[in-house]
Write a protein of this length. Structure first.
Length: 197
């Protein structure tokens, strides 16, 4: 009977250890960063990148990805956010080596691959732009809780209201953190934690 109890206790310990092995540690806490308690899968829809190639988010699996929803005609938030990420990537190149920055357009009507390429070239040759019809982007954005809507046109021009957050995906393409104008140190901290997994 004792032997059977020891075997059962050993089995329970082994099962508990193996179950815990696959669990992820929570991301460290950083100012202006919301770390998700549980990784969230996001839709993986075909889009067109800034070079005209069909791409999906899963194409970047194996490395952390920073995702931003924006548009090339944006007068302020988008250029500032992309510029901030470009400066961070160049100034902290070793720490951010291998990290992809992806901008998903919320203005598929105007943001052709060529427009995305021209816009991103001003900031970094390594950044990826993805574009698709609004309905498709809306489905992708829903997984990030990234809302956007088109303003009523005025004199033929219009703006698009959109989320200003930068989203961090882990190596498996799961949403792990939302960054609200986070500092460079906080962004690097999130990326380093994801790289270490």
């Amino acid at each position: 009977m004792r032997r059977r109890l020891r075997i059962l206790a050993c089995l329970a310990t082994c099962l508990a250890t193996s179950a815990g092995a696959g669990e992820l540690k929570p991301l460290p806490a950083f100012d202006r960063v919301l770390a998700l308690p549980t990784p969230r899968a996001v839709a993986d829809l075909p889009m067109t990148d800034h070079t005209g190639v069909r791409r999906q988010l899963r194409d970047f699996a194996g490395q952390p990805v920073l995702v931003f929803f924006g548009f090339t005609h944006c007068p302020d938030v988008c250029p500032m956010t992309i510029q901030k990420l470009a400066l961070l990537k160049s100034s902290r190149a070793k720490e951010l080596d291998g990290v992809r920055v992806v901008m998903v357009s919320v203005d598929g009507e105007r943001d052709t691959p060529a427009a995305m390429k021209e816009f991103l070239a001003r900031f970094s040759p390594d950044f990826v732009g993805l574009t698709a019809p609004a309905a498709q982007v809306r489905e992708l954005a829903a997984g990030f809780a990234a809302q956007f809507f088109k303003d009523p046109p005025r004199d033929g021009a219009y703006g698009v209201q959109h989320s200003t957050r930068v989203y961090a995906l882990d190596k498996q393409g799961r949403l792990r953190a939302e960054m609200y104008d986070a500092s460079g140190d906080a962004t690097v901290g999130v990326v380093r934690a994801l790289m270490a997994e």
